[in-house]
Ligand binder design. Structure first.
Ligand SMILES: Cc1ncc(COP(=O)(O)O)c(C=O)c1O
Ligand SMILES: [Zn+2]
Length: 406
C-alpha cells in the first residue's frame, strides 16, 4: 500500500505527512494492496459488523483500529422511491440518503478517517476551507478528538444551518471576503507552510478513503451494483471517491460489474461539464461561480482530473441543471417521497429527469441518486422560494371555514 501521484505516478510511503506530489504538484491517491485486502476479508468476520464506514476497515489505511475517532458514520438508508419512479416512468429509483450521517452530510465518512489519521500524526490543529458541510463535519470530529479546528468559509455564502453547526462544535470560524476557491488556495498554502496544522479538505487522500465506503454500502444494500450513480459535483472529491470504491470492490471480487457515473453540476458552476462536453482532459476554471446550491458553488474543483477520469472510465456523463430545476426536484423529493435534501443533493433528481429525456438512462435501468446532505441545513432557501403557510384567527370557526375552502 502506498500513495501514488495521479499524474506522474511517483510513489510515496503511506506514513508520510504529504498532500500532493513533491515532483509535479498533482494530487495523490492511496493504492491499496488488493491481495492483502482480499486476505483480510476472506474470514467474513467483517460481515457481522453493521453496515457503516468501519465495517470496511480492511479497505481503510489506518494503523490502529482501536483508536478511531468516530461518531458512528455511514450505514445511511437507501430509499426505494416508488412514487417518483412511477412519475418518471422508470423501474428502479433509489436515493441514498447521506443526510442520515452524524452531521447530516456525506462529509462525515471522510472526516472519521481523516481526523483519525490526524491523531496518528499527532496533529493538534485542523483546518479546512468549506462551502459549509466540510466545516460542520470537521468541527464535530475535531470536538470529538479534542483538537483545535479552523474553518475558512466564503462570507455570506454559506447556509445558516451549516454555519451554526461549525460554531456550536467550537470551531474558529473565519469568513473571507471571497469565494470557496480562494479559501481553498489559502488553506492549502498555509498548511503546506505550517506543518503543525493538518489540512482536511478532500485534497487529503484519507478523506477519499472514508468517502469511498458509500459505494461499498450501496453494493451491499442492493446485493449488486446499480446501473447508474447520479451524484452532485462541486470540488469533485466525492465522485472520485465513489468511483474508487466501486473499482476496489470489483478488484476484490465482491461485485462483477461497475456502474456508470452521471456527474451533475449547476449551470453557473460547471467547469467539469464544459470539459466533458468538449471531451477534453482539462478544465477551464469558472470565475465567480453562481448557483442557489451553495454546496456546489465551486469554479475551480481541485479533484477535476480524478473526476473526469472516473466519468470517462465509467462510460458516464456530466450534465448541468438550472437552479429552477434544482428547486423543483427538491420539492418533488420532499413532497412525494418524504425526503428533505439540500439543493445540491436535489440536483441529482433534476439530472435524472434530463438523462431520461435525452435517452441516456434507459427506463429499465437501476438508478441510485446520492442525496449528499440534509435539507434542514439550508431552510432559508425553502422559505424564500415557497410561502404556502396560511394565517387565521385563533378560533375553531376560522379553521372550519379554511379547511372547507381549500
Ligand atoms: C451537500 C453537498 N453535495 C455535494 C457536494 C460536492 O461534493 P464534492 O465537493 O466532493 O464534489 C458538497 C460539497 O461540499 C456538499 O456539501
Ligand atoms: Zn507527480
Amino acid at each position: 500500500m502506498y500513495f501514488s501521484c495521479i499524474n506522474c505516478e511517483e510513489k510515496y510511503s503511506i506514513n508520510e505527512n504529504i498532500y500532493t506530489c513533491r515532483k509535479c504538484g498533482d494530487l495523490l491517491e492511496v493504492k491499496l494492496d488488493i491481495q492483502e485486502v482480499k486476505r483480510k476479508i476472506k474470514d467474513e468476520k467483517w460481515r457481522s459488523i453493521p453496515i457503516s464506514v468501519w465495517r470496511y476497515s480492511a479497505f481503510i489505511p489506518i494503523r490502529d483500529y482501536s483508536k478511531i475517532i468516530t461518531l458512528n458514520e455511514g450505514g445511511t438508508r437507501l430509499h426505494f422511491c416508488q412514487r417518483l419512479a412511477q412519475e418518471l416512468g422508470i423501474k428502479s429509483l433509489y436515493v441514498k440518503n447521506e443526510g442520515d450521517n452524524p452531521t447530516a452530510s456525506f462529509k462525515d465518512r471522510g472526516m472519521t478517517v481523516g481526523v483519525t489519521r490526524a491523531c496518528e500524526l499527532n496533529a493538534k490543529n485542523l483546518i479546512c476551507a468549506s462551502t459549509g458541510n466540510t466545516s460542520a463535519s470537521l468541527a464535530a470530529y475535531a470536538a470529538k478528538a479534542g483538537l483545535n479546528c479552523y474553518v475558512i468559509v466564503p462570507s455570506g455564502k454559506i447556509a445558516y444551518g451549516k454555519l451554526a453547526q461549525a460554531i456550536i462544535h467550537g470551531a474558529h470560524v473565519i469568513r473571507i471576503r471571497g469565494d470557496f476557491d480562494q479559501a481553498l488556495k489559502m488553506v492549502f498554502k498555509f498548511s503546506c507552510e505550517n506543518k503543525d496544522v493538518y489540512l482536511l479538505n478532500s485534497i487529503n487522500p484519507f478523506r477519499i478513503e472514508g468517502q469511498k465506503t458509500l459505494s461499498y454500502e450501496i453494493c451491499e444494500q442492493l446485493n449488486k451494483p446499480p446501473d447508474w450513480i447520479i451524484i452532485p459535483v462541486g470540488n469533485a472529491g466525492n465522485i472520485s471517491a465513489v468511483w474508487k470504491g466501486f473499482v476496489e470492490f470489483k478488484e476484490c471480487g465482491l461485485i462483477e460489474s461497475l456502474p456508470r457515473l452521471a456527474g451533475i453540476q449547476a449551470e453557473g458552476a460547471a467547469p467539469i461539464v464544459k470539459a466533458f462536453e468538449k471531451r477534453v482532459d482539462i478544465i477551464e476554471p469558472i470565475p465567480n461561480p453562481e448557483t442557489i446550491a451553495s454546496a456546489i458553488r465551486i469554479g475551480a474543483p481541485v479533484s477535476w482530473k480524478k473526476a473526469l477520469k472516473a466519468i470517462y472510465e465509467s462510460k458516464g456523463v456530466a450534465i448541468t441543471v438550472s437552479d429552477n430545476e434544482i428547486l423543483k426536484a427538491q420539492k418533488d423529493l420532499a413532497s412525494k417521497e418524504g425526503l428533505f435534501v439540500e439543493p445540491a443533493s436535489a440536483s441529482t433528481i433534476a439530472g435524472l429527469h434530463k438523462l431520461l429525456k435525452f435517452n441516456i438512462i434507459k427506463r429499465d435501468e437501476l438508478v441510485v441518486c446520492i442525496a449528499t446532505g440534509h435539507g434542514l441545513k439550508d431552510p432559508d432557501i425553502v422559505l424564500k422560494m415557497i410561502d404556502s403557510t396560511i394565517e387565521i384567527e385563533a378560533d375553531l370557526n376560522s379553521l372550519i371555514n379554511l379547511i372547507k375552502s381549500v
